[in-house]
Design a binder for this molecule. Sequence first.
Ligand code: FE
Ligand code: FE
Length: 162
Amino acid sequence: MAMTNLQDLFIHHLKDIYYAEKKLAKALPKMASKATEEPLRSAFEEHQRQTEEHVKRLEQVFEQCGQKASGTTCPAIDGIVEEGEELMKEAEKGEAMDAGLIAAAQAAEHYEIARYGTLASWAKMLDMGDAQKILHKTLEEEKQTDEKLSKLAMQQVNRKAA
Ligand code: FE
Ligand code: FE
């Protein structure tokens, strides 16, 4: 697809994050099953539910653009998920696995935060107020998830010190 203006760029990135969200919705249950500590497991389960909601919200934005919802391969999220899969194969269950899972999940959240931040700004520039609100809502949830993961990592550090 030729990207000649901001509208084209917006749609392209919408397809990119749509692909990424669907990929993450599939990866999160596996991450939950590998988590050792209960709070981490339930954080992944909760974010899996949020991620399904993010997919639906993107479908609303596609609709507002008069576009059929569809994804385009996102090599960045493929790489992040692949790293996570390698880790799940190689890390020993327990502390190392949990620390690695948090690191992998934060890489994914940071990618999403970058994408949603940009998409929300572009929606504003394109005078798409409703889309901007929807994208911003998801952006806030991704940020909260990232903070929660940071707290879980700190709790792990503190448990170790105790
Ligand atoms: Fe998401
Ligand atoms: Fe997320």
